[in-house]
Write a protein that binds this ligand. Structure first.
Ligand code: DX5
Ligand code: ZN
Length: 236
C-alpha cells in the first residue's frame, strides 16, 4: 500500500486537473501542491462511459515526478480492469471506478488493492447506495458524484446532500463495527459557497476543478482559493 495520510477527521482538498492548463500540466500540479492541495484528482474519460475524452496513464506518469502528494485517479471508462495495472504503474495512489462500468465490481476493487492502490467506488447522482451492500469491506473511498460525470464546471446537484448523509451513516456504522476507514469524497460543482453544507452532510474529501483552476495563480490565487475552501469546509 502506498503512503497516503489517513487522518479520518481531516478535510482533504483534491483539485481536478480537468480545469488546468493542459499545455502546462507539470507546472499546474506543482502549483497546486505548493498551494496546499492534499491530492491531485485526475479525471480519465473514454468517450464511451462518458461523452468526453481526456487523458490516459501516460499523462499520469508524466505528472508523477512533479508532485509528492497522492494522485487520485477517477476512471470514467468502460471496461475498467485493463487500465488498473497501467495507472498503478503510472504512479496512481487511489483508483476509483463506477460500478456500472465493471462486470464484476468486487473483482475490480480487489485488483486495485492488489496493485498497491487504495480502491474507490464512484456513484452517479442516479445510482443507489444499495450497490455498497456487499462491497463495504473492499472500499477505501466512496465517491458520490454531485454532477453527472463527463465535464467540469457543472452545477452541484442538491439532492447529493441527503445521499451524503445516508452514506456517512453507513460508513460510520461500518467502522464502529470494526471495519476499515472509508473516505467519503464528493465531486462536481464544489465551491466556497457550498462546501460547508457538503461537509456538514458528511463528506471529508472534496474535488474542486473549476473553483481552483478558475483562479489565476500569478498572484497566489490557487493558495487563496484552496485556503478559502478549507476554511469554509471547517465551518461545516
Ligand atoms: C466530472 C469530473 C470532475 C470535474 C469537477 O466528471 O469527475 O472531477 O472535474 O469539476 P468542477 O469542480 O468544475 O465541477
Ligand atoms: Zn472526477
Amino acid at each position: 500500500m502506498q503512503h497516503v495520510s489517513d487522518r479520518s477527521s481531516a478535510i482533504r482538498i483534491a483539485p481536478s486537473i480537468l480545469s488546468a492548463d493542459f499545455a502546462r500540466l507539470g507546472e499546474e500540479v506543482r502549483a497546486i501542491e505548493a498551494a496546499g492541495a492534499d491530492m491531485v484528482h485526475v479525471d480519465v474519460m473514454d468517450n464511451h462511459y462518458v461523452p468526453n475524452l481526456t487523458i490516459g496513464p501516460l499523462v499520469c506518469a508524466a505528472i508523477r515526478p512533479h508532485v509528492r502528494i497522492p494522485i487520485d485517479v477517477h476512471l470514467m471508462v468502460q471496461p475498467v480492469d485493463a487500465l488498473i495495472p497501467l495507472f498503478a504503474k503510472a504512479g496512481a495512489n487511489l483508483i476509483t471506478f463506477h460500478p456500472e462500468a465493471s462486470l464484476h465490481p468486487d473483482r475490480t476493487l480487489t485488483l486495485i488493492r492488489e496493485h498497491g492502490c487504495r480502491a474507490g467506488l464512484a456513484l452517479n447522482p442516479a445510482t443507489s447506495l444499495s450497490v455498497l451492500e456487499h462491497l463495504m469491506d473492499k472500499l477505501d473511498m466512496l465517491l458520490l458524484m454531485s454532477v453527472n460525470p463527463g465535464f467540469g464546471g457543472q452545477q452541484f446537484i442538491a439532492s447529493t446532500l441527503a445521499k451524503l448523509t445516508v452514506a456517512r451513516e453507513r460508513i460510520d456504522a461500518h467502522t464502529a463495527a470494526g471495519g476499515q476507514p472509508i473516505w467519503l469524497q464528493v465531486d462536481g460543482g464544489i465551491k466556497p459557497d457550498n462546501i460547508a453544507a457538503v461537509k456538514r452532510a458528511g463528506a471529508d474529501t472534496f474535488v474542486a476543478g473549476s473553483a481552483v483552476f478558475g483562479a489565476a495563480d500569478d498572484d497566489g490565487g490557487y493558495r487563496t482559493v484552496i485556503r478559502h475552501l478549507r476554511q469554509q469546509a471547517q465551518q461545516g
